[in-house]
Design a protein around this ligand. Sequence first.
Ligand SMILES: [Zn+2]
Ligand SMILES: [Zn+2]
Length: 875
Amino acid sequence: MKEEISKTYNPQDVESRWYGWWESRGYFKADNPSHRPGFVIMMPPPNVTGSLHMGHMLNATVQDAVIRRKRMQGFNALWLPGMDHAGIATQNVVEKEIAKQGLTRHDLGREKFVQRVWEWKEQYGGIILKQIRRIGASCDWSRERFTFDEGLSRAVREVFVQLYEDGLIYRGKRLINWCPRCRTALSDLEVKHEPKESRLYYIKYRLKGRPGEYVTVATTRPETMLGDSALAVHPEDGRYAKYAGSAAVLPLIGRELPFIQDPVVDPKFGTGVVKVTPAHDPADFEMGVRHNLAQISVIGEDARITAEGGPYKGQDRMAARKNVLADLEAQGLVEKTETLLHSVGECQRCATVVEPLMSEQWFVRMKPLAEPAIAAVESGRTKFVPPNWSKTYYEWMHNIRDWCISRQLWWGHRIPAWYCDECGTMIVSRKDVVNCAKCNSTRIRQDEDVLDTWFSSQLWPFSTLGWPDQTEDLRKFYPGSLLVTAYDIIFFWVARMMMSGLKFMGDVPFREVYITGLIRDAEKQKMSKSKGNVIDPLEICDQYGTDAVRFALARMGAPGTDIALSEDLLESYRAFATKIWNAARLIFRHVDESDRLPFFGELRQPDLALADRWILSRLARAIDVANTSMEKYNLHEATRHIYGFFWGELCDWYLEMVKLHPERSKPVLIYVFETALRLLHPFMPFITEELWQSVPHRGESIVVAPYPEFEPELIDAKAEAQVEIVQDIIGKVRNIRAEMKVEPRQSVVVRVAATDPATKQLLLDARDYIFKLATVGELQVVPSLPEDKLAARAVAGGLTIEVPLAGLIDIEAERSRLNKELERVQAEISGLERQLSNASFVERAPRNVVDEKRQRLLDYQNQAVKLRDSLDRLR
Ligand SMILES: [Zn+2]
Ligand SMILES: [Zn+2]
């Protein structure tokens, strides 16, 4: 044994030791050039403002387990890390910061403000990348990128100009989502729709040329009526056919409104007549285009009523609603109001109610880009794991709308368009423009707006590799192999990367997309700050050890499945790490300086012990299942088998069995333990490195040691079947000993009924294991069991066995003990039965209390059966 490992397992101690060393040895660095096949994962860049939450931890655990295994398998593995400049999110953080000094961004001006954001970024940004190191993520930090760094900004500009030249980017006045607080346009995806209780107002509109006649219109937003340009009904709604060709008069304003017919009107909503306000409602906007209606903007970017709103000009939209209603009321034009639940759009960042507004913005035409991206998933060039997520992807892609990409922010990639104030020409250019291309004037200004953050994130799979330059990295590492992400950004990010990858690289950006689930608390509740049930990943890593947390996440995280994270769960995987540690200490007792790791060929000696043949076979099977599961990204299956092998087979059985012949089994013991550490490494990187360094091994670090491969020659079905019988006999004898309260040190006699020679031979060969592991002094193999009333019987491995009890226990004392115990258990049973037969208790008590009592009753009933069995034996 080269180095003594500490007596108790201390995860913090172990975990602080390795990361820096791994990084300094360059193990995480992908080679270029390299003859080895590549395996590439692009880390979803976290926001620069972010800090690690459980979602990141799950995401990083999956990516790290996959990439570590691939690296060990000899792939040229690249896991590229980086961060997103996160336009709105970051600007909001810095705005809040300067607000503490009573400043707004306008007080500083654009240049100073942006400089301030950069300073913030240098000082506080990117905490998350340190945290990602802390959890063992084996990223290639030499290739770290930021969406706002120089190279990536060049890629953004190149993409913008190319799309513009291809006619896929245009500038136009459209109805967009506007956040009056952030003072910026938002894409549809950045608007959260929340069901809210609102009021539905029924308002009477007078009909032109028909004195005393009215139609009633239902609306949740009376203030927008100031911008009405028509009334609409469904073409087949007979009730209103008589008004075709006539007009109504807009209350308060007096504008004449034509009656139009349009199939989108729902005859069942309100009265079946709706007001059409093209400048403030998306459906009305489309209707307005179809019927050539005026777009009258009555609410401005500040959410106040514009000059078009007549007497309400300057009022805030909420105040205007009140005033409009009061005036309508005064004129007797409010017929009634109702409450209803309807969805209200809110800004994803600040929860302000979003205002649909007419605004001059930049858009990407998405349909032509979406088509090849749909085809790529249909043809299987990119696969979703689990596959059902492709449905979500198709649904959105088939209904895709143009993407509003301009944002009225200062932090972000500025739109590369310039306007000449002399002649009005607009120039879109890769290089900064100083002279007008048409009139040569220098009175030129750049578009004030910046691009939606996702415009740069969508280029991540190739902009990070040096595109638009044709770099070596780009040739080697595009397309990537795997993307690991949560389902909430399939549209924001995954779909857009597909589109831009196909457009600019001519190939999909990744072959597979693994969708992770959400992490919930122990009660399966979503974690949220308001509920106070948020789990901090670093806190639980400190408490339970990073290896244990990682293993728990991998074990529970089937693709696309939510994880309920409980303390019990984390506790049990910390216990697993401790179990491995203690196993290592036991093994190291038999290993010394001169021992070396045997080669595979050296293992197949004819004189291997039964336990050795068995454990090698079980190891081979665990390796087989782990590998096939990992290929399908079923990390939960891989970890389940690795755990079962380590704990249930290696620790609980093999280590006990080899105590009988430690010297003889030493090569196998070293081989199995060293291999099992490598098998476990992708999930528990720290403890495996620590122990691997102390066990005989070949190579410098477990990080770059080969991943175990299935060795069919090690499968020994006969040894497995035999050990199964032996285990069953040992287990049954242990049960009998425990039930009959046989003193632990008191050895017992076991009789087995067996006639067939193979079984007899096995029992002879395996005798010592049974002696040692069940404290048995004598094993009698007999053709049939004698009539011994004072013996406990059981069936084990298809054989009937018995343990004679005469002389082993004080029969009288045991009988009275059992009787007392049975009385106590019976009292419990009748108590519980009484409670559970009380209907009003069962009805009123909380569900879990009743369930728990039922379970306890069942347990006591089982105990009673066993106690009676034991008493029967003593009769
Ligand atoms: Zn907002
Ligand atoms: Zn000009």
